[in-house]
Design a protein around this ligand. Structure first.
Ligand code: ADP
Ligand code: ZN
Length: 436
């Protein structure tokens, strides 16, 4: 395979060069951070300034920053440039509480855009592509971030946003869309709708999809790839680190290269906050090296991942992350057993008979927790024939129980009947009383 690089020099820097570059950028970021009210106090107390950062290990002397810190610093506690030099703001989706706000200067937007362009180009796209950006525009970073990156690559960008699948198909057919960007759950929905509305796969020219903004398993990727006959590339980012363009899969589709000339990545044990041994799973901690308006150092993402220990075949020297399995706070405790929603997804998305959508419900029944997994059935199963349905239910239950230890209740629903979200999917309904 021949690999194409957007910025060959930076993407293939030798490790010593990359680390030296990071150190210089880190010093600048620390200086910049000291211009914000929040870090002036936080770093001041810890006695940290750019002169105390002499080696890459000195990063670890910088205190962590949490989402709560960002919330407490609202609105301008993390702003390091005059308000007049800010040209845009974005906010997180607020998946776990009050959204956080990030400010950008003109240069920040340009740097961010070039990272997104690097991601897109690295999957094999170029200016001949037509790119339908089926993700939410607005305060969410995914819309405008990918939009700008797509234009930077020179693709024809269709700012369709999510929703209205009939219109999405129309756009794909009219303009010959070759690549789309969406959440994996929306891509699954698009596939179901395509069959339901009788849109033939051959009437569209799709080749690739960028899927991210929420966790998904390798089986879900494979399912989307097989059903839609496209290549799906995992896209990771978060508003605190600009948005999309933080880590992305290359053509090898084995892990996400984290752009280490823009971000320093650490993986720590979420309890002890000590680094985990290379290759082990822990919480991803990120330092932004490419933004002046809102510098953020050692941000605890709460996202769980691990590093690949081998270099990638594509020749890029930037380390790769394993797909993010979820957030530390996604973990459910069900009758004392720990469970990540991703464990359920892995099982059901690998079963051909199961449809494209599912929902996890947790309730209290007396003193016990009750887990119900609602899945849609595949379109070739008839809901009025009880026998195969019961057999399927029992099969799903058994396979799930073997893998998650908990014995779930399984409910089957007609294809297309479970709720679909245009943004991040809400897969878990925890109905247990909060104080229980
Ligand atoms: P929020 O934290 O409110 O959802 P964002 O809109 O900034 O804010 O979304 C960033 C978060 O989305 C990440 O921290 C991560 O939890 C999740 N995320 C983004 N991309 C991926 C991905 N490819 N795989 C798994 N999770 C992802
Ligand atoms: Zn690679």
């Amino acid at each position: 395979m021949t690999y194409q690089y957007w910025n060959e020099k930076m993407e293939t820097l030798s490790r010593p060069e990359l680390e030296a570059y990071q150190l210089a950028q880190l010093k600048t970021a620390v200086d910049q951070a000291l211009r914000t009210p929040f870090y002036r106090e936080r770093l001041g107390k810890a006695g940290i300034n750019s002169d105390t950062i002499k080696t890459p290990e000195d990063l670890r002397r910088i205190p962590f920053t949490t989402k709560q810190d960002l919330r407490d610093g609202f609105p301008y506690g993390f702003l390091s440039i005059p308000r007049e030099d800010v040209v845009r703001l974005h906010a997180s989706s607020g998946t776990t509480g009050t959204p956080t706000t990030i400010y950008f200067s003109k240069d920040d937007i340009n740097r961010w855009t070039s990272f997104v362009a690097r991601c897109i180009y690295g999957t094999g796209c170029n200016k001949t592509d037509v790119f339908q950006n089926m993700i939410t525009y607005g305060l969410f970073t995914g819309g405008l971030g990918f939009h700008a990156g797509g234009e930077e690559v020179g693709m024809l960008v269709i700012p369709s946003g999510p929703g209205n699948t009939t219109r999405q198909f129309r756009l794909m057919q009219d303009f010959g869309t070759t690549v789309v960007h969406a959440t994996p759950s929306f891509l699954l929905h698009v596939e179901s709708k395509m069959r339901e509305e009788g849109v033939s796969r051959d009437s569209v020219k799709l080749k690739r999809a960028f899927a991210g903004a929420e966790p998904y398993s390798e089986d879900t990727r494979r399912r989307i790839e097989e059903l839609l006959r496209i290549d799906v590339f995992n896209s990771y980012g978060l508003s605190e680190m600009n948005g999309p363009g933080v880590a992305f899969e290359c053509q090898c589709k084995q892990g996400l290269h984290i752009w280490e000339d823009g971000y320093i990545a650490e993986i720590v044990n979420p309890d002890t906050l000590e680094p985990v041994p290379d290759g082990e799973t822990g919480e991803l901690v990120l330092t932004c090296l490419c933004r002046e308006a809102t510098p953020i150092l050692r941000y605890r993402t709460r996202d769980l991942s691990s590093f690949y220990t081998e270099p990638c075949a594509c020749g890029r020297t930037h380390r790769r992350l394993h797909r993010i399995t979820g957030r530390t706070d996604d973990m459910l405790i069900i009758n004392g057993v720990n469970l990540f929603p991703s464990q359920i997804e892995e099982v059901i998305m690998s079963m051909k008979e199961v449809g494209n959508n599912y929902l996890i419900v947790v309730e209290k029944e007396g003193a016990l927790d009750r887990l119900t997994v609602k899945t849609e059935v595949g379109q070739d199963i008839f809901m009025d024939d009880a026998r195969p349905l019961n057999a399927l239910k029992e099969k799903i239950r058994k396979i799930l129980q073997a893998s998650i230890i908990i014995n779930p209740r399984v409910e089957l629903h007609e294809s297309g009947s479970l709720p679909v979200s245009e943004g991040k999917a809400k897969r878990v309904q925890d109905m247990r009383p909060k104080d229980a």
